[in-house]
Design a protein around this ligand. Structure first.
Ligand code: SF4
Ligand code: ZN
Length: 708
């Protein structure tokens, strides 16, 4: 049968199934029944992205079935195979949404629908190419072992994996690690669940690309260019899968299959690879995925997919817990003559000497030397230890400085992971990621009592000195700021201006990071912005900043201010840690972080607030920003600063309390400012209740000038 006929067959099946499901749902719940997928501001995201229409009730869904009919039925013959494929995906979105009417119908390990916050979380690793691509598996692999090997191969390359169908059982059987945190997500057992990953790709276009919903051609161009996804479909591939495949291809995602019976290759789009052992190489070539090779010489797999892996207490061999025992990690710049490249020394007893589950004292010191090395880069490199170490499978790392917690799992230990391997990881990563400044690097690892002495005599004085330096870094007393345009990979006109008191909105790029990035790659994303011509000190309007923004946004932006949320605020790409929005009744602002799912007093969730801005456009009244910006003296300085903050999620409030209170005391003489800020334990989604709370606390925002 012709491929196109198979697409029409498959899409007709899905169409009929969709109409039936919608009719049944209407019979059961009524046409007015509200429908949505959880934690997204984009209604039914695929249908909305493609048509610009938001479906909010079953009745509207029924009307929308007309669109599917016109796009995909064989009788109509109006549409080409691609449109038909897109309609197939949208039909699946409808039936999946119906399943969510009475709450999440899926159980572990099925992920199915991704929240907007999850999509946003993927933003940064996608732009840094720590996630260089997305692999979607469909069907049953020839064997469990083969499947698990391929998953691991993708994970080691950083490629995000999504599983559909029988391969999920195989992955479970083969003990593959599953979950969003390890970037291997089972979408569902039925083929329709593939729509959940399509939804991620299309929302990336809306969130990061600022594509107007309904502009499907632009959306296609966007995903084709920027979203490096592909499909691995195991034989036999039925008509319905072929129809979904046509949808994938429409957005630029090639399908690689071993079905030699019923499929004919289509150049660049449908690749037949009879040997499933070659799926990895064939897929990477077909989608042109750029894989970063990390040559880390350790006995466990290494890759960004393992970064979010959690090691439970019962699974650990040892734990270096800085809150209980003396532990620390430290980078020190040394003269070239004092460093022997790739020397790794372990002092004290290795892990073999300890019972399972023991807490140990451990210090990891990296001594680096290089002609271009600066002491300012020590902290930049040290903060990367977290990501570097976490990428080893079976190793978990949290915290920094002397408040680290490192767990080595029994599995990793049994594979041969020992103390010196921390040295191998850090050596390899520091040398490769900071090659322009690190000429030589040696690592010392201390286990046991000696750590305490080193902590007190070496590490703490070094940290204190560094804090002093950081404290002295203000926007006023440096000569230059930096741009960051890393996110242009997904938000083509977005530019961050990074200053000592305003870090990048992703939270990952401080002024020192930007400075180091510039040093490492002078033509890279971080360029120097002078600040000699200040136009307006109050809002932070600077001639050179405007010039930089105009240049690096290719003219999309004319002016931004550094310290105002109302007048030409800085743009947001989409990967911001927090979103801040004005709360009109109190004259203040609410801030909500990505992790918080509840509703804010302005009646919107993180996802809904986040959808108000993004894609590199300016939206007065809304601003994406990093967590550390909250306690900054420059936070909304033009509008009265941190005194405007009236509501924060409790967990976030606790994280920033110490610094926020210190700033409030210093600038406004307010004691315990965070006690005046409401959170979800006192107010959720109710501005009246918020006002009562603020009045009772005599919150300073109430007596400030109106913002609008
Ligand atoms: Fe993206 Fe801005 Fe962070 Fe750079 S600083 S990675 S542009 S959010
Ligand atoms: Zn971004």
């Amino acid at each position: 049968m012709r491929l196109l006929d198979r697409v029409f067959n498959g899409s007709t099946t899905i169409y009929e199934q969709t109409v039936k499901a919608v009719d049944e749902a209407i019979a059961k719940y009524g046409a007015d029944k509200a429908v949505s997928l959880p934690d997204t501001a984009f209604a039914l995201p695929c249908y909305y992205a493609v048509t610009g229409i938001k479906v909010t009730t079953l009745g509207e869904m029924k009307e929308a079935c007309e669109f599917l009919k016109n796009s995909n039925t064989r009788e109509q013959r109006l549409a080409d195979g691609f449109t038909s494929g897109i309609a197939t995906a949208i039909g699946a979105e409808f039936t999946e949404t119906i399943k969510y009417i009475e709450g999440n119908p899926y159980e572990e390990p099925i992920v199915a629908h991704f929240s907007d916050a999850m999509v946003r979380e993927l933003g940064l690793p996608l732009v840094t190419e720590d996630i260089p691509g997305v692999a979607v598996f469909i069907g049953e692999a020839p064997s469990t072992q083969e499947l698990c090997d391929l998953i691991k191969q993708y994970q080691s390359q950083g490629i995000f994996v999504a599983l559909v169908g029988k391969c999920i059982d195989q992955a479970v059987e083969g003990n593959a690690k599953l979950g969003f945190n390890v970037r291997c997500t089972p979408l569902g057992y039925h083929i329709e669940s593939v729509v959940h990953i399509v939804s991620v790709a299309l929302r990336a276009g809306l969130i990061f690309g600022n594509i107007t919903p309904g502009h499907n051609e632009e959306l296609k161009a966007y995903t084709m260019k920027r979203v490096k996804a592909f499909v691995n479909a195991y034989a036999p591939v039925d008509d319905v899968t072929v129809a979904f495949g046509a949808g994938a291809i429409a957005y630029g995602f090639p399908v690689i299959s071993n079905d030699t019976n019923d499929l004919k290759p289509v150049p660049k789009s449908l690749v037949i690879q009879p040997d499933t052992l070659k799926f990895n190489a064939t897929s990477i070539e077909a989608r042109d995925v750029r894989v970063k090779i990390s040559n880390v010489d350790i006995p466990v797999p290494y890759g960004s997919a393992f970064e979010g892996e959690i090691i439970r207490k019962g699974d650990m061999k040892i734990e270096a817990d800085g809150s209980r025992m003396d532990c620390f990690e430290l980078v020190q710049a040394k003269p070239l003559a004092d460093v022997e490249d790739h020397k790794i020394e372990v002092f004290g007893d290795d892990f073999d000497k300890y019972e399972d589950g023991t807490k140990i004292s451990m210090a990891i010191i990296a001594e680096v030397a290089g002609k271009n090395m600066q002491t300012d880069f020590e902290s930049v490199m040290e903060r990367k230890f977290h990501a570097f170490i976490n990428c080893a499978e079976g190793i978990m790392h949290t915290g920094q400085r002397d408040m680290i917690r490192i767990r080595v799992s029994k599995d990793a230990f049994n594979e041969g992971f020992r103390a010196k391997h921390f040295g191998e990881i850090l050596y390899a990563k520091l040398k490769s990621e900071y090659d322009a400044v690190v000429d030589k690097c040696q690592i010392k690892i201390y286990i046991g009592p000696e750590t305490t002495k080193l902590r007190n005599e070496l590490a703490i004085p070094a940290f204190d000195k560094r804090d002093e330096r950081l404290g002295s870094l203000t926007d006023e007393n440096v000569d230059e700021f930096y741009t960051c345009i890393l996110c242009q990979a997904f938000s083509p006109s977005h530019v961050c201006i990074v200053t000592p008191e305003r870090l990048g909105l992703c939270g990952a790029v401080s002024w020192l990071d930007a400075k180091a990035t510039h040093e490492l790659d002078p033509n890279g994303p971080c360029q120097i912005v002078k600040k000699d011509h200040i136009i307006d000190e109050r809002v932070g309007r600077i001639e050179e900043v405007n010039e930089a923004v105009k240049k690096y946004s290719q003219g999309a932006l004319e002016e931004v201010t550094l310290y105002s949320i109302m007048e030409d605020p800085m743009t947001s790409c989409g990967c911001f840690e927090c979103i801040c929005g004005i709360e009109p009744m109190s004259n203040g602002v609410v801030i909500v972080n990505r992790e918080h799912t509840g509703v804010t007093p302005v009646g919107m969730t993180f996802s809904e607030l986040a959808a108000m801005t993004g894609g590199g456009v300016q939206t007065p009244g809304f601003m994406g920003h990093g967590k550390h910006f909250i306690a900054s003296k420059k936070f909304m300085k033009a509008e009265g600063g941190i005194q405007r903050i009236v509501w924060l999620p409790k967990a976030l409030k606790e994280q920033v309390a110490e610094k926020l209170n210190a700033t409030a005391k210093e600038l406004y003489g307010i004691d315990n400012f965070t006690d005046m800020i409401a959170d979800e334990t006192v107010v959720e989604g109710d501005p009246e209740a918020l006002m009562n709370f603020l009045t009772e606390k005599n919150h300073p925002a109430l007596s400030l000038e109106p913002m609008m």
